[in-house]
Design a protein around this ligand. Structure first.
Ligand code: BGC
Ligand code: BGC
Length: 848
């Protein structure tokens, strides 16, 4: 009875929220033509605004810029927080108090208290408490001992907004246990492409579902800032992170305004209605093909951060930049970016370079590059959020959860979330559910792997540097053993040498290994076929299938991938996503209970379309239900209750064995058409600037200047003038792959026109990460072109691979360095197959 009342209460809160949201959030909302005005649950308070004004007017410029600065805990001491008036600290993924991975809630609280005390002992007239931000993105996921929930993609499959609300409350509690007040969640990205390495951070490819979750997530985290579990939420990453071309992390979003405001932005509307107090800017850029407007990198876009977000939508909290995100803006370095502040970034995440950043920013305000009014606005926003969150009146230790290790535990709820997230994609002959009195062979690398079931953003950033014992949780195998009795379960990761006929059934737990951000991008030079990257999973299924015993495959992965080959070898196939620490939730659904009844049916339904091809001809989210490249659409998922489940047995699926989805004949490095995957950067001594089309040498530390021009053949080119030693480089944030075909007599090709002869040595480098670069000397070549017409240079890739360049992990496809003055126009840098033998190709022997 009591339970029922509680459920009703929760339901009415949720109903209330969506009612209030009627204007832009109703299912029937008319298509928006522009960014909507959002009414936030937290409105401005006159007395608070007066107080903010008073505080701001009492602050020095150094104090204001300090407030706007967020440093990383590895690089900042409490004493420095005091000395520089820092407004915020963060811990990056895999960063812990004293770099002790096993720091307890009490250790975290101690450090948080130290920062807080330092911030409250400055010489400011009104002391302003420092706020600590953390990536608690599936539980308090940096902290050993915290319960980790399924990643967002699994929560999306659960299609249960109430559950989201409850999880968010638990996340808040776990974060307050560590003395922290601010989380960089929820991610409200609408993931449009499974190739994106952050696909699992998205709830759904359907913006409406993201909208239905985002508001409740924020509400669960923030509450009314009255409860000891409440924390400040962040809607991120603004905007279009999930919609980039080919799913490239930090890439270019080529959506129309209509698509953006009616689909990809929907999560923000409900998040703001619920009162989300901060927004994180996104690394991506946006180029709207319909209007032709190129907004550039989001960190530098006033049109979005100020005009759309703050003015039109009425967001009155603050915008935080992403990790070194300001450096993505043309003309900026990670310690200097007036453009971003002028565009509307209020607090700047400058993990390590924060001292220079403060110095540079103060100089830029004094020099008139940043108006003081902009600084005052930014500081006012930061103070407003801190005041609203009650930070001026409570210390980190005041929460009743502070320092409590067990406040980070929410095992039952996480296990429930796991159960609800599972999607049954195939269940021929109703193989599932399995009875408890069966002998089961468990195979596959992920059956007994907390590492694989937690994925990225788990204790560390990539999730790859952990030991199994670092996690406090249960593997899927533990759940199987508990359900069947240990003696009924045999585990063999590879199935090697095991006699399958001795068992009643096989459960194979296979899938992806951890990754985060761009490290998880699937390059165009590969495909969506899971077994291409993980042949061991295909091998293990081959070892157990066709032996007369049913094979149940549980696929643990951060996205919907092409798995036809794996499905054909399985009688049942379950998408388990990245379930987190509570792996027992899987057994809860796969097995009948002790009385032989179904205790938990499958409730999960796809929130991402499942591909039927290794390469897709366009965005799968936009394909009709019966499109041949789509195997299952949104909402698909079988259940035991559906009688049709066994009748509709899935027959053998077509196999697509392509190995690459790319044009095998070329790869753009930095061309007029494609300059975002490998943006151009200039390195001068140790500072790196992002190159725009026009930048004076003064803007870039003196050594380099850039202008633009159109070559005789109509190509847009950059005119680069070196005054001294410096390097320009087309460099990707994360390594990618060259299509195999390009290696076939391939060249690094670019168009050059030389305006000033090299006064020193000029080299061209291809880079594949640490200790993996190869350079050739082009000084003579450049000398010979002085004042001549633009020429297409073809440098055989073999000249680079012979010197150790590895085309499987290309980081920078083109760098040109000089030791002294030099000037040239450069355009259309790409890798092209089949040209190394052309008569005009340069011979390696000529590159001394
Ligand atoms: C990510 C953000 C994250 C931040 C802080 C960035 O690399 O894009 O999502 O909040 O780092 O760790
Ligand atoms: C940090 C992450 C951050 C990333 C950005 C890593 O070193 O640990 O938190 O998101 O860098 O590149």
């Amino acid at each position: 009875m009591k339970n029922k009342t509680l459920q009703l209460a929760v339901a009415s809160v949720i109903a209330g929220l969506s009612l209030q949201a009627a204007s832009v959030n109703a299912a029937t909302a008319p298509e928006l033509k522009d960014w909507p005005k959002i009414k936030s649950a937290i409105s401005k308070d006159a007395a608070m605004e007066k107080k903010i004004k008073e505080i701001v007017s009492s602050m020095s410029l150094a104090q204001k810029v300090g407030q706007m600065t967020q440093a990383e805990i590895k690089f900042v001491t409490p004493e420095e927080v005091k000395q520089y008036y820092l407004g915020s600290v963060l811990n990056g993924g895999g960063s812990w108090p004293k770099m002790n991975k096993y720091a307890t809630a009490a250790d975290w609280l101690a450090l948080s208290t130290a920062y807080y005390d330092a911030s409250m002992s400055t010489d400011m007239k009104t002391k302003v408490p420092v706020v600590w931000g953390i990536d608690a993105i599936h539980g308090n996921s940096n902290v050993v001992g915290a319960t980790l929930f399924p990643h967002n993609i699994g929560l999306g499959a659960a299609h249960n907004p109430q559950l989201i609300s409850k999880i968010a409350v638990e996340v808040g509690r776990a974060v307050r246990a560590t003395g922290i007040n601010w989380v960089f969640a929820p991610t409200v990205a609408v993931g449009k492409d499974a190739r994106w390495g952050r696909a699992y951070e998205s709830f759904s490819e359907d913006g409406k579902q993201v909208r239905d979750y985002a508001g409740l997530y924020v509400k669960g985290l923030q509450g009314k800032f009255k409860d000891d579990a409440n924390v400040i939420a962040t809607a991120k990453h603004f905007i279009g992170d999930g919609g980039t071309d080919a799913g490239v992390d930090r890439g270019v979003n080529k959506s129309s305004l209509n698509e953006m405001i009616n689909s990809q932005a929907l999560g923000y509307y409900s998040a703001f209605e619920a009162g989300a107090q901060t927004v994180m800017a996104s690394y991506n850029s946006w180029h709207d093909p319909v209007s032709g407007i190129n907004y550039g990198k989001m960190h530098g876009s006033k049109a979005l951060l100020t005009d759309a977000l703050k003015d039109k939508m009425g967001f009155d909290g603050f915008v935080i930049s992403d990790w070194d995100g300001i450096a993505e803006v043309a003309g900026c370095a990670n310690d200097s970016c007036p453009q971003a502040i002028n565009a509307g970034v209020d607090m700047i995440m400058v993990p390590d370079n924060w001292k220079n950043f403060i110095k540079n920013t103060i100089a830029q305000v004094e020099g008139g590059q940043i108006p003081l009014a902009r600084i005052d606005d930014a500081v006012s926003r930061i103070l407003r959020v801190k005041l609203r969150a009650g930070m001026f009146t409570t210390k980190p230790g005041d929460s009743k959860y502070a320092g409590k290790q067990d406040a980070m535990q929410a095992k039952a709820l996480a296990r429930e979330a796991v159960r609800e997230s599972l999607v049954l994609l195939k269940n021929n002959q109703s193989v599932l559910p399995l009875a408890r009195d069966k002998k089961v062979l468990v195979v596959g690398k992920s059956a007994d792997s907390l590492i694989n079931q937690n994925g990225g953003w788990s204790i560390t950033w990539q999730g790859t540097e952990n030991k199994e014992s670092d996690y406090h949780g249960d593997t899927l195998l533990t759940g199987f053993r508990e359900a069947l009795g240990a003696s009924n379960v045999q585990f063999s990761p590879t199935a090697e040498g095991v006699d399958v006929s001795k068992f009643d059934a096989v459960i194979a737990v296979i899938g992806e290994t951890p990754y985060a951000e761009g490290f998880g991008d699937i390059p165009a030079a590969q495909t969506l076929r899971h077994s291409q990257r993980h042949p061991e999973d295909l091998a293990v299924l081959k070892a157990v299938s066709g032996k007369g015993k049913p094979v149940v495959t549980v696929f643990v992965a951060g996205r919907a991938l092409y798995t036809n080959d794996l499905m054909n070898l399985s009688d049942a196939f379950v998408a388990a996503w990245l379930p987190g620490t509570e792996g027992k939730g899987v057994a809860d659904v796969l097995f009948k209970d002790a009385k032989g009844k179904v205790a938990h049916d499958f409730k999960g339904r796809l929130s991402f379309s499942w591909p039927n091809a290794a390469c897709l001809s366009g965005p799968i989210a936009k394909m009709e239900a019966n499109h041949p490249e789509k195997l299952f659409g949104l909402g698909y998922g079988l259940s035991y209750a559906m009688k049709a489940a066994s009748a509709n047995a899935l027959s053998a699926l077509p196999l697509d064995n392509r190995n690459s989805c790319a044009d095998e004949s070329r790869m753009a490095i930095n061309t007029a058409k494609d300059s975002t995957h490998f943006p151009m950067r200039a390195t001068i001594a140790t500072r790196q600037f992002t190159l725009g089309r026009e930048l004076s040498d003064k803007e870039m530390g003196g050594a380099i200047g850039v202008t633009s021009k159109t070559l005789a053949n109509g190509l847009p080119a950059r005119v680069v003038t070196w005054n001294g030693p410096a390097k320009i480089e087309a460099t990707a944030p994360f390594a990618t792959m060259v299509p195999q075909g390009v290696l076939n007599n391939g060249v690094l090709q670019f168009v050059a026109e030389v305006h000033k002869a090299p006064q020193g040595k000029v080299t061209v480098t291809m880079d594949c990460g640490e200790n993996c670069a190869a350079s050739v000397d082009v000084t003579k070549l450049m000398q010979g072109m002085l004042n001549g017409p633009a020429r297409t240079i073809k440098l055989p890739l073999a000249c680079f691979t012979a010197k150790g360049f590895d085309p499987k992990k290309i980081k920078s496809g083109f760098a040109m360095s000089t030791t002294a003055a030099f000037s040239a126009s450069l355009a259309e840098i790409e890798l092209v197959a089949g040209k190394a033998k052309d008569p005009d190709a340069v011979a390696c022997s000529d590159l001394n």
